[in-house]
Design a binder for this molecule. Structure first.
Ligand SMILES: *Cc1c(COP(=O)(O)O)cnc(C)c1O
Length: 426
């Protein structure tokens, strides 16, 4: 598949290339284990001297094929699937940080990622500075400390749809000798390829558009292969000095551009075991086969719904980066000119209570803790996903109490609008 680079072809065909007589469809390798002829052969795998499968906690052929498809879509050199998006963001950061280190994170970020960095990883001794993504370049520069190891942000933030100023963030990270990590869940590689803007590592909750049908929880980490760890060897000893738990292998020396993903597999997956099940990877792959068809339809429908809401007398405000007067429209046009995502936010005149009442009256749009599904769905972050955050933290994250997160599906747009219309009628 190496010669093809168009999204449509990669979605359908990348990752699994059967040889003569092999299954046309990616098989589910429903096996924990893999057989070898000699003890010596298996020993070489444990030493990372040969590559091959030995235990599904570390690697599985079904998972690898799906990871390869996502790597191809993002234009990266390697990828690994994880059991969830949470595991992907944790591994992406923890692969290059340890106790005593520091991370910079955008304040406009998924609630789970916010808790992961500011509570759980804090307990592990990793400090986090949360920064407003609309800060000036000087403010961003001032957030870096000598022990800063990476910067983390979302290409389009969940739930408040802030489009990342890639140039500002990537140039700051690189000026300070650390990689930029971007969670590209909402934009997907169909609408945005962060590596083209200098981002080093991309993460995904594949649970969302990639699966697209609300079937499986999953995550993925993709490495561009572009960050030069050896040039900043003192900051990243885990990659640039011998790993005693693998007989003294130095990842950058032995694996070059594959060092980061190899270390994440060999150390983090080995020790923390957050592998995606092969059956889930198979279902994710079926979702990926139509990603290029679904994402544009999600965006087309979302723009119609956003325009309807904007003109509705009972709606106080609407946020959708596809709307021309949206504060993030210019950044969206610059970094994702073909579209953003199918998610929009709005608030009702009458505040939190009026917003919740509209949600309760919707029939086609279901109240679920999910987003980016083929089926239209809706959620109230202040009482659901972001419930643990204080009012102050909510405002800092740009989430007002009346905010409804509306995830537009791929049904008929007029039907989705009719549902909203009846929910807002007296
Ligand atoms: C949902 C989500 C996550 C967490 O992913 P899970 O698969 O639910 O663990 C991380 N980042 C973003 C942007 C998300 O929307």
């Amino acid at each position: 598949m190496g010669q093809f680079t168009n999204n449509e072809t990669l979605c359908v065909q990348a990752g699994w290339t059967p040889k003569t007589g092999e299954a046309r469809v990616l098989p589910i390798y429903q096996s924990t284990t893999f057989k070898y002829e000699t003890s010596e052969q298996m020993g070489r795998l444990f030493d990372l001297k040969d590559s091959g499968y030995f235990y599904t906690r570390l690697a599985n052929p079904t998972n690898d094929a799906v990871a390869a498809k996502i790597a191809a879509l993002e234009g990266g050199v390697a990828a690994m699937l994880t059991s969830s998006g949470q595991a992907a963001n944790f591994f992406a950061v923890f692969n290059i940080c340890e106790s005593g280190d520091h991370v910079i994170m955008s304040s406009c970020i998924y609630g789970g990622t916010f808790n992961l960095l500011t509570t759980t990883m804090k307990k592990m001794g990793i400090a986090c500075t949360v920064i407003d993504p609309d800060c000036t370049a000087d403010e961003l520069d001032a957030a870096f400390l000598p022990n800063t190891k990476c910067v983390l942000a979302e290409s389009i933030s969940n739930p408040n749809l802030v489009v990342l100023d890639f140039d500002k963030f990537v140039s700051a990270a690189h000026r300070h000798g650390v990689p930029m990590i971007v969670d590209n869940t909402f934009a997907t590689p169909i609408n945005c390829k962060p590596f083209a803007y200098g981002v080093d590592i991309v993460t995904h909750s594949t649970t969302k558009y990639m699966d697209g049908h609300a079937l499986t929880v999953g995550g993925c980490i993709v490495d561009s292969g572009n960050f030069d760890w050896d040039s900043h060897a003192d900051k990243f000893p885990g990659l640039t000095t011998p790993d005693a738990s693998y007989h003294g292998i130095t990842y950058t020396e032995k694996f070059g551009k594959l060092a980061y993903i190899t270390k994440a597999t060999a150390q983090l997956m080995r020790d923390l075991g957050s592998i995606q099940s092969p059956e889930n990877a198979f279902l994710l792959n079926v979702g990926l086969e139509t990603l290029h068809l679904r994402v544009p339809r999600h965006c087309e429908n979302a723009l119609k719904v956003a325009t309807f809401l904007k003109n509705h007398p009972k709606v106080a405000w609407v946020r959708y980066p596809g709307l021309e007067d949206d504060p993030y429209h210019a950044l969206a046009m610059k970094y994702m000119p073909n579209g953003t995502c199918g998610v929009l936010c709005f608030g009702m005149k009458g505040g939190r209570e009026a917003s919740e009442k509209v949600m309760d009256r919707l029939k086609l749009a279901a109240i679920v803790t999910h987003v980016a599904d083929a089926r239209t769905c809706v959620l109230h972050p202040a009482s659901h996903t972001h419930r643990q955050m204080t009012d102050e933290q909510l405002m800092e994250a740009g989430i007002s109490p009346d905010l409804i997160r509306f995830s537009v599906g791929i049904e008929n747009a007029e039907d989705i609008i009719a549902d909203l219309e009846q929910a807002m009628s007296d």
